[in-house]
Write a protein that binds this ligand. Structure first.
Ligand code: KIV
Length: 279
């Protein structure tokens, strides 16, 4: 049985911090699931870290379905949240329902995440009332990067902070089971976390959120040229991968790989018979 939204809400009630991470494929999801993280987000950040776009805007519902399916195949226990890509829910609540439905029915996610607060609350309510659990996402909402004028910390003035609090409350009232706070000053996210009964999951929102989310590729140092302030690089896989591939190429060129350890041999009798037949 997978982790449910009730389990996730209970974690807040019990004061248990919630570690969440993104994954986009079978292999990484399997590792995360085996370690026992309760939530995996198949984020539309896959647009940048997997597909090579410079934002999340080009990501499609088809892309999300493809990657969520792989993550679902690699996991047994984790709750899989599928991100709703740009323009799959902002147009109208019918589109939102159809596309969210695809992420659950076709791809196998257990819930969806969408960006926006007060303005998206009616959509959240519609999805929830049709049986689709929703995780909200406020603060820095990357799908609105062109409107926000860049990837900036949000809620820095009293007016902006009050608006974020209203966004968080609107999502809770609409029935969201959790809300991501991205790039929000830690004092403000502490306040939002205290006022909400549903869990807050922070990224660049300080230690007081109920949970944290990190992008798989960022925290493992897979891409060397992207290190946002809110990411802790737990290792530098870029160096490890480069070193290993360089060594492999050198060994192939120097005829040091493969050795007999990595090769298959014919039975000596078959070899001898073969030598007589092949002249
Ligand atoms: O797409 C994503 O990875 C996200 C997280 C940064 C929260 O939305």
């Amino acid at each position: 049985m997978r982790i449910t939204i009730s389990d996730i809400k209970e974690m807040k009630a019990n004061g248990a911090k919630i570690p969440m991470i993104t994954a986009y494929d079978y292999t990484s999801a399997r590792i995360v699931d085996e370690i026992g993280l309760p939530i995996i987000l198949v984020g539309d950040s896959l647009g940048q870290v997997v597909l090579g776009y410079d934002s999340t805007i080009p990501v499609t519902v088809e892309d999300m379905v493809h990657h969520i399916k792989a993550v679902v195949r690699g996991t047994q226990k984790a709750h899989i949240v599928g991100d709703m890509p740009f323009m799959s829910y902002q147009t109208n609540s019918y589109d939102a329902l159809r596309n969210a439905g695809r992420l659950l029915q076709e791809a196998g996610a257990q819930s969806v995440k969408l960006e926006g607060g007060v303005t998206m609350a009616p959509t959240v309510q519609r999805l929830v009332s049709r049986g689709i659990p929703v995780m909200g996402h406020i603060g820095l909402t990357p799908q609105s990067v062109n409107q926000l004028g860049g990837y900036k910390v949000q809620g820095k003035t009293v007016k902006a902070a009050v608006r974020l609090m209203e966004d968080a409350r609107a999502l809770e009232d609409a029935g969201a089971f959790a809300v991501v706070l991205e790039c929000v000053p830690e004092d403000l996210s502490a306040l939002i976390t205290e006022k909400l009964s549903i869990p807050t999951i922070g990224i660049g929102a300080g230690p007081n959120c109920d949970g944290q989310v990190q992008v798989f590729h960022d925290m493992l140092g897979i891409l060397s040229d992207f290190k946002p302030k809110h990411t802790k690089q737990y290792t530098n896989l870029n160096d490890i991968i480069r070193g290993s591939i360089q060594q492999y190429a050198e060994e192939v060129r120097g005829i040091k790989f493969p050795t007999s350890e990595h090769s298959y041999r014919l039975n000596p009798e078959i070899l001898s018979e073969l030598s007589q037949q092949v002249t």
